[in-house]
Design a protein around this ligand. Structure first.
Ligand SMILES: *[C@@H]1O[C@H](CO)[C@@H](O)[C@H](O)[C@H]1NC(C)=O
Ligand SMILES: *[C@@H]1O[C@H](CO)[C@@H](O)[C@H](O)[C@H]1NC(C)=O
Length: 267
């Protein structure tokens, strides 16, 4: 069973690009409400001023990506609290499957571990960044119950910030500072390379972690962030699925290739 399962995992990894191509097209059924028709995270969280960058629960003085102590061990123990709506529980389990299919990230029901994720219906959609080692909430509030929003919040929990926080972002996007709502400018901070790493991946307009053009905007029709290549204004902020680069990053951060090989060879 082990090696057949291993081969299936390899096939799944090789198939990533094909899968993404297929899934970029909205499907009817379970994907029907997962995309652009819904409000995005920042719209849902509007007015929740204690959040950083719109959906991060703590100021990022520590960085999960460079700080190894904030990386998870797998499987990640989880709790689906009673506060959650039935649909939220369903999409959380679907999001787990997306991670399992495309990476070595895995989840298991909580059994008293010190690090865990507790999915709770609080105000808005948000997460801490990285493993806090004391158990932590991921909030799946009202209207946050889509698979892609859960995928996005779990990427924060795994240690990722928003795409436009990268140090090289000004080569790819323009921030319209005068159009940002008063007091919200800090949400457009960028971090230097000693703080976050790009894991040797290019800037990715298609990332599920990118802001949309109308983020923290004063005027509902004027964007705060636009792309250097205009075509990508329609792409940034997609909430359908992981991009190919999102998956590469998860696999690099958690060394999934290595653990897969270990698993197959049983070394
Ligand atoms: C999650 O949030 C609730 C409400 O603020 C709090 O009571 C609970 O302790 C939190 N759980 C964790 C694991 O931090
Ligand atoms: C928003 O921008 C449009 C176009 O510039 C303008 O006509 C409108 O008055 C603005 N609305 C507000 C609330 O400032």
């Amino acid at each position: 069973m082990g090696s057949a399962n291993g081969l299936r995992k390899i096939a799944a990894l090789i198939g990533i690009f094909a899968v993404l191509k297929v899934q970029a097209v909205p499907l009817t059924g379970d994907n029907a409400d997962a995309g652009e028709l819904r409000d995005d995270i920042l719209d849902i969280n509007r007015g929740l001023n204690h959040l950083f960058e719109g959906d991060i629960a703590v100021d990022p003085n520590r960085n999960a990506i460079i700080d190894q102590t904030r990386r998870w061990k797998f499987p990640i123990p989880y709790i689906l609290t009673d506060s959650l709506d039935l649909n939220a529980k369903g999409v959380i389990l679907q999001a787990f499957e997306e991670y399992r299919l495309r990476s070595c990230v895995d989840f298991k029901p909580y059994e008293g571990e010190s690090s865990y994720v507790s999915f709770t219906k609080l105000d808005g959609c948000w997460s801490f960044v990285g493993d806090d080692r004391v158990g932590q909430n991921v909030s799946i509030g009202a209207r946050c119950d889509t698979k892609a929003i859960v995928q996005h919040e779990l990427l924060h929990a795994l240690g990722f910030y928003h795409e436009q926080s990268r140090s090289d972002r000004d080569d790819y996007v323009k921030i319209w500072w005068d159009e940002i709502e008063e007091g919200m400018q800090h949400n457009f901070n960028k971090y230097q390379d000693d703080f976050i790493t790009d894991l040797s991946t290019p800037y990715d307009y298609e990332s599920i972690m990118h802001y949309r053009p109308l983020s923290f905007n004063k005027n509902e029709s004027i964007p705060t962030i636009t792309t250097s290549i205009p075509y990508f204004n329609e792409i940034i902020g997609q909430r359908l699925d992981f991009s190919a680069v999102d998956i590469t990053r998860i696999n690099r951060m958690y060394d999934c290739g290595k653990s897969l090989l270990k698993y197959i060879l049983k070394v």
